[in-house]
Write a protein that binds this ligand. Structure first.
Ligand SMILES: NC(=O)c1ccc[n+]([C@@H]2O[C@H](COP(=O)([O-])OP(=O)(O)OC[C@H]3O[C@@H](n4cnc5c(N)ncnc54)[C@H](OP(=O)(O)O)[C@@H]3O)[C@@H](O)[C@H]2O)c1
Length: 412
């Protein structure tokens, strides 16, 4: 569709905190000959960013565009095979670019964690993108690539063994260290405000199938709530507590199942928890983390407390230090039981702050995958998920970049 484009990848938001990290990743790791451009509101600031990226990026074109100016965003979409965007909050800034990419047949990757934005994108642009051949892919960072590719790998493993459909499936975050940026906080607060102001928005966000392509066709598996407190999980034999991003990742994974004709199974029950191990300290640790999550959410939702926190937390363009990004990591396990009774374990791990260092790898590789791996990608278009748009091709890229993505059958 777009071999005639001037560029393979344009990175929009290159002056922001994550944008700078993704630009650095692409400068260091894109293959020679990949045609990459940097886009943002200020040519001068883009030039400063490019100057710090080294020789590989010295000739990268700079494209000026403003998310609030649809003509400039349309020009961006027409300039490249793929637009990767870190311009957030996406609910406020993002939909014009989705519209432009869907119309122009340009692939698109972002770091959105905002369910309301994605629901809007699906409702308005899935059919447009399906018609032009564009792959619009939200959630190409720590949210939700480990969840989405991890479950896809388990499905492939079970299918390869003829072991039946996936049924009870639980992602456990066993270890995680990292920080947070101003842009992530702004995006989270934007969605909280909208949910607080609108019962309709709350219903969308709380629906386990909020991102479904066909809500009426989803299976009825009873209530599928997220955990809000620590409890002992007798099946996994661990203390399990709430997981911050479960409300997003579970919806993305369920959308992947539905977009593949419910290939994981019609009785696929999926949840995400934080694991607190088996030791005597597990309940105390779990209660402390659960309390901290509730207190943090309440603080950010309560305006006077937010104003106070706003002075302590990172602002736009700010985020975790170089040391935090370098010493961060995540370790995730996904446990599944299939309809034949087989059990599998998925392992997804990476070094580097999950939301920043590891996310820069994930978004950078997603953009390269969409631009350069055409022959290996599933033959689908529309508003997709990482698993349905890129699947095994992206998993292979992430492994080559040093991430662990593995599955094994386990016997109990
Ligand atoms: N899912 C994940 O795993 C994950 C991880 C990290 C971040 N994120 C998300 O990524 C997004 C960016 O986070 P961040 O910390 O990098 O934020 P940030 O530092 O505030 O950067 C925001 C970027 O958006 C640009 N921008 C703002 N308004 C614009 C407009 N009207 N037109 C063009 N560009 C505009 C800013 O450009 P200027 O420099 O011109 O202001 C800047 O480049 C957030 O939505 C965050 O939630 C997701």
């Amino acid at each position: 569709m777009s071999a005639d484009r001037e560029l393979d990848v344009v990175l929009f938001g290159a002056t922001g905190f994550v944008g700078r990290l993704v630009a650095g990743y692409l400068a260091d790791h894109a293959p020679a000959g990949a045609r990459i451009g940097l886009a943002g509101r200020s040519e001068q600031r883009l030039a400063q960013i490019r100057a710090r990226l080294g020789a590989a990026a010295s000739a990268w074109p700079l494209l000026v565009a403003d998310a609030a100016d649809p003509d400039s965003v349309t020009s961006l979409a027409r300039a490249a095979r793929v637009v990767a965007t870190t311009v957030g909050p996406y609910r406020r800034q993002g939909i014009a670019l989705v519209a432009a990419c869907a119309s122009a047949g340009t692939h698109y990757a972002d770091l959105s964690g905002e369910v309301l934005f994605m629901r809007d994108s699906i409702d308005r642009y899935h059919d447009v993108a399906a018609g032009t051949g564009a792959r619009i892919v939200h959630c190409c960072g720590f949210d939700s690539i480990p969840s989405d590719l991890g479950v896809l790998m388990l499905h492939h493993a079970a299918r390869g063994d003829d072991a039946g459909d996936l049924e009870d499936t639980t992602l456990v975050v066993t270890a995680l260290k990292g920080g947070v940026s101003g842009g992530t906080l702004a995006s989270g607060m934007g969605q909280w405000d909208e949910v607080a102001a609108s019962p309709q928005s709350r219903r969308v966000v709380e629906d386990p199938y909020a991102l479904s392509p066909d809500r009426a066709a989803e299976p009825d598996l009873g209530a599928e709530p997220e955990l809000d407190w620590v409890r002992y999980d007798g099946d996994l034999r661990i203390g399990a507590g709430p997981c911050l991003m479960a409300g997003l990742n579970t919806r993305v994974v369920r959308r992947s199942n539905a977009l593949q004709g419910w290939a994981y199974g019609r009785r696929f029950r999926y949840r995400e928890v934080t694991g607190f191990g088996t030791g005597p300290a597990a309940p105390v640790l779990g209660a402390a983390v659960s309390t901290a999550l509730k207190a943090g959410a309440a603080g950010l939702a309560f305006r006077p407390a937010r104003a106070l926190l706003g002075r302590l937390l990172p602002g736009p363009g700010e985020g975790p230090s170089e040391k935090t990004r370098r010493t961060g990591f995540f370790r995730i396990q996904i446990h599944t039981r299939t309809s034949s009774g087989a059990r599998y374990l998925g392992k997804i791990e990476a070094r580097g702050d999950p939301g920043y260092a590891a996310t820069a790898v994930m978004l950078g590789e997603s953009a390269l995958c969409l631009a350069l791996d055409h022959d290996r990608l599933p033959g689908v278009a529309g508003v997709l998920t990482p698993a349905t748009a890129m699947g095994a091709a992206l998993a292979d890229r992430l492994r080559s970049a040093g991430h662990t993505l593995a599955t094994r059958r386990i016997v109990r």
